[in-house]
Design a protein around this ligand. Structure first.
Ligand code: ATP
Length: 360
């Protein structure tokens, strides 16, 4: 029997709560499937680790997880540590060296969830956002000089490479092709940013020729926010830069009902390194330790992980179980207007899994 080695990095805040719920659910899916098992190693990296050791993860941290089949990540962030330190010290310190260049964010309105846009009926909003995850605005190129003096200056240089844009465009077109509508929107800002974003547009047009069966269009990022709100049904797959997709996917999560539901996969599609799966929400210190964090974003991320590991049947069963649970308002956490607790939602999903099995 195949055993998948999973590295769990709960991180900070509600990260620890949703990942422990996620590991319970993952073990239940494996036990129910019977065809594979999971061995989970826990790593206590994050803000508390930083306070004790002066860094977010050990120097050889990546070596410790390099050979795992996948990484399940919670959230990194600490009220006493600047956000750029926690982000670059852990999440980006894994994503970038492991070349997880495709960040995939599905958005759907799950059964039972009332979205904030009352004019949208559920099935209309069914998107996948592909975020370029290795360069662009988050390339890390830039610097600060003359700190503290009136001459102080700082730059963040947005960097696009032909190789980087080509591979994310190919990934996005291929993903769009695999979905029923075969529809891709390339988000850009090439009217104002006349170098990198023009390269981005040109490469999109080149790669589009390899996918004649995919219908695609181009949209300025500002106009895209309006289209997402006003005409959500006109969108299917979206590809955008690191920064643009970061912003659009928070909007997408809100339009689908709650940040607590939305999942993400950081993929190294070639499989040279492990891919990483995480809910898109952050550490949410305002609700930490209260036992009310919505674990659905983590569970849906585990669905993506199972698909990636080559267990589509188990993935589909878990998704079905999640949807049964969201359909029942008794199991809505406070972010969805309910009063359920993390542990109750977790037990309900595990219970629905056996129901899903019985149905076949
Ligand atoms: P970060 O900078 O770490 O991304 P953030 O402050 O931008 O964090 P979150 O920590 O994700 O954002 O929280 C934003 C809001 O959404 C908070 O009010 C938080 O309580 C709520 N929230 C986020 N995730 C969840 C969840 N899983 N369950 C319930 N509420 C959540």
């Amino acid at each position: 029997m195949k055993t998948y080695r999973i590295a769990a990095i709960p991180g900070d805040g509600i990260g620890t709560e949703v990942i422990s719920a996620g590991v319970e659910v993952l073990q239940a899916v494996a036990a129910q499937d019977g065809g594979f098992s999971v061995a989970v190693d826990h790593f206590d990296w994050g803000g508390e680790y930083y306070k004790a050791h002066g860094r977010m993860m050990p120097e050889n941290g990546r070596d410790l997880i390099r050979r795992h089949d996948a990484i399940l990540f919670g959230s990194a962030g600490h009220p006493e540590i600047p956000d750029h330190v926690t982000l670059w010290g852990l999440r980006l310190a894994i994503c970038q060296p492991f070349d997880q260049y495709a960040n995939v964010r599905p958005t759907r309105i799950l059964p039972g969830i009332v979205p904030p846009l009352r004019h949208v009926n559920g099935p209309e909003l069914d998107w996948v956002i592909v975020r370029e995850n290795s360069e662009g605005e988050y390339a890390g190129v830039g610097g600060r000089v003359h700190q503290g003096s009136p001459l102080e200056a700082a730059t963040d240089v947005t960097m696009f490479t032909r190789a980087g844009v080509e591979r994310i465009m190919r990934f996005a077109f291929a993903l769009a092709r695999s979905r029923p509508r075969k529809l891709l929107t390339v988000v850009t800002k090439s009217n104002a940013q006349r170098h990198g974003m023009v390269l981005w547009d040109e490469i999109a047009a080149e790669v589009a020729r390899e996918f004649p069966d995919v219908t695609w269009d181009k949209m300025l990022v500002d106009a895209m926010t309006m289209r997402m709100v006003i005409k959500p049904g006109s969108i299917d797959t979206i590809v955008a830069t690191n920064l643009h997709a970061d912003i659009l996917s928070d909007l997408a999560a809100a339009l689908a009902g709650s940040l607590g539901i939305a999942p993400t996969a950081n993929l190294n599609p070639e499989g040279q390194f492990p891919s990483m799966f995480e809910p898109i929400h952050g550490s949410a210190f305002d609700i930490m330790g209260k036992g009310i964090a919505n674990p659905i974003g983590t569970f849906w991320s585990i669905v993506m992980m199972l698909d990636h590991l080559g267990q589509p049947a188990a993935a589909a069963r878990l998704m079905q179980a999640i949807e049964r649970v969201t359909a029942d308002k008794t199991f809505h956490t406070p972010d969805l207007g309910g009063s359920a607790r993390t542990a109750e939602v977790t037990r309900a999903v595990i219970g629905a899994l056996s129901g899903a099995n019985a149905l076949g």
